[in-house]
Design a protein around this ligand. Structure first.
Ligand code: SME
Length: 162
């Protein structure tokens, strides 16, 4: 029904522009947060090469709980401050980790993961979720990926509330 086919050789700026436009179109008018997170995870997976996990952890009371994702089954609950995701949730700041094995407390859900990008989704001044991307390639993510996913988080924030 929705066929988003990014060009394999497109520059990152183009990929993120198209990803963010597609995400805005998919969530427009839909209030169900699970459906929206599921579609956004699928879009990220379609648009970004070289990932082995892409999805959401939601803030539920005082911890992170697994949300919609693509990839291998993952840890369900992550306390604030633990691992890359818990650090992003606690600090409210993006964590761009070139080598997960060098990150103290990294939680290995998939042994294939080598680098990770975790972006907090902030609504009304508080972290409501994180977007987590894992790659089997060390140093897969750069500042352009960070800016692209931060823009995505800001754009879809209102559609994953509740
Ligand atoms: N590696 C994460 C855990 C989540 S999985 O990567 C899906 C972390 O350290 O928080």
């Amino acid at each position: 029904m929705y066929d988003f086919t990014p060009r394999a050789d497109a520059p990152k700026s183009e990929i993120y522009r198209d990803l963010n436009e597609a995400a805005a179109a998919l969530v427009a008018g839909e209030v169900d947060s699970v459906a929206n997170m599921a579609n956004i995870a699928a879009l990220i997976w379609q648009f970004l090469p070289d990932l082995n996990w892409a999805g959401f952890y939601r803030v539920v009371e005082d911890e992170l709980v697994l949300g919609p994702f693509i990839g291998k089954p993952a840890c369900i609950r992550i306390p604030f401050g633990r691992g890359v995701c818990g650090t992003a949730a606690q600090s409210g700041e993006t964590q761009l980790v070139a080598d997960v094995h060098a990150f103290p407390g990294h939680i290995a859900c998939d042994a294939a993961s080598a680098s990770e990008l975790v972006v907090p989704v902030i609504a009304e001044g508080r972290v409501i979720a994180v977007i987590d991307l894992d790659s089997p390639t060390k140093g897969r993510f750069d500042a352009e990926d960070q800016a692209g996913i931060e823009a995505l988080a800001a754009a879809i924030m209102g559609s994953i509330l509740g």
